[in-house]
Write a protein that binds this ligand. Structure first.
Ligand code: TRP
Length: 341
């Protein structure tokens, strides 16, 4: 029996689907958090290409094309490959094996109750034709966290049901084997909440076409700000305006380092006397300043494709060892047949 030593430091893990460029919503919900957490934690960032296939079945190559783009986005925001293991999910067979074992620890009814899954089934128009892999992806995601022995998962609020599902599975396994074999990962969800889309809708999402990519050009940033809806009742500059739920203020709340100026602008807007144009100009500057260094770093990494490929290869190699070790421990604890050496 391989015995796992007590973890000396917490392990951070979070993945992303390579379905398109990462955007401000990802940055606010998770990326920013993981860049901070990588100092002082072992950090793993799987590129969840296998998970992305669960609702992109018809075009796997499209997912593959986005793998490098996603790695570039990660590196551009400051994920440091000497601190964080960036790896490719589909190249980690232990995750599939663990998923298979985990599938027996959850019921179909429980999977169907997952609110995020319900929302996504609606959004994708699956009706009754839900791919089984899609319904079960929270189980595979539980395997991601468990295989890396994650204790902290920095995610946006929409991922909370996935963490709960992970807890349920891990708890059930631990109960079955009679000791705390795998850790129960805690979610780290930013207090700022979910970032609305540039159209003001509740969630910034690529599939809803209301996202601003981290790799956006200056012109794209300006165009997005120009298009943003503000308070529809704020018709004249002198009218009092609504700040709550108004995207031109929620974005500065999330990204403007100058809190005092933002508080002052909000107060003036509420009172009346502050035009949308002024607020938008400020927002444009904030977003241009935020994204300029990210864009520059991304361009620099894009010029070093061999280095990026090496980072993925080395990271995945390391991740293979870690995930296989966990799988072996789980199989042993469950008492699966072991071939003689
Ligand atoms: N489901 C996550 C998303 O859609 C991606 C993901 C895959 C993930 N594996 C994970 C997140 C493990 C946290 C932990 O963005």
């Amino acid at each position: 029996m391989s015995d796992i030593p007590a973890d000396p430091r917490p392990i951070v893990l979070t993945g992303d689907r390579p379905t398109g460029p990462l955007h401000l919503g990802h940055f606010c919900g998770s990326l920013r958090n993981r860049v901070t957490l990588q100092h002082g934690h072992d950090t793993f960032v799987p590129i969840a290409d296998a998970q992305a296939l669960t609702d992109n079945t018809d075009d796997p190559r499209r997912i593959t094309r986005h793998v490098i783009d996603l790695a570039l986005d990660d590196l551009a925001v400051g994920i440091d490959p000497s601190l964080t293991t960036i790896c490719v999910q589909s190249a980690l067979p232990a995750l599939c094996e663990l998923t298979q074992l985990f599938l027996n620890l959850v019921t179909v009814v429980r999977l169907e109750r997952n609110p995020t899954i319900k929302e996504e089934i609606q959004a994708r128009g699956f009706g009754r034709d839900i791919p089984a892999g899609f319904l079960c992806y929270p189980v595979a995601q539980a395997a991601d966290s468990a295989a890396f022995r994650a204790t902290l998962v920095p995610v946006g609020a929409d991922q909370a049901p996935m963490i709960e599902q992970t807890h349920a599975i891990v708890r059930r396994l631990n109960r079955q084997v009679g000791h705390a074999l795998l850790p129960e990962a805690r979610a780290s969800i930013p207090a700022s909440g979910r970032l609305p889309g540039v159209d003001g809708r509740a969630k910034m999402s690529k599939s809803q076409g209301n996202a601003l990519a981290l790799s956006a050009t200056e012109d794209e940033i300006r165009a997005a700000v120009r298009r943003m809806d503000t308070d529809p009742d704020h018709l004249r500059v002198g009218d009092p305006g609504r700040v709550e739920g108004n995207v031109v203020f929620t974005d500065p709340d999330a990204f403007d380092p100058d809190r005092d100026t933002i508080a002052e602008l909000k107060a003036r807007y509420r009172r009346g006397g502050l035009g949308d144009t002024v607020v938008k100009q400020r927002l444009e500057t904030v977003l241009l300043d935020l994204l300029a260094p990210i864009r520059a770093s991304r361009a620099a990494w894009a010029h070093r494709p061999d280095d990026v490929r090496d980072i993925l290869r080395d990271g995945t190699r390391h991740a293979r060892g870690v995930t296989q070790a966990t799988l072996d421990t789980v199989k042993d604890a469950l008492g699966l047949y072991r071939l003689a050496p």
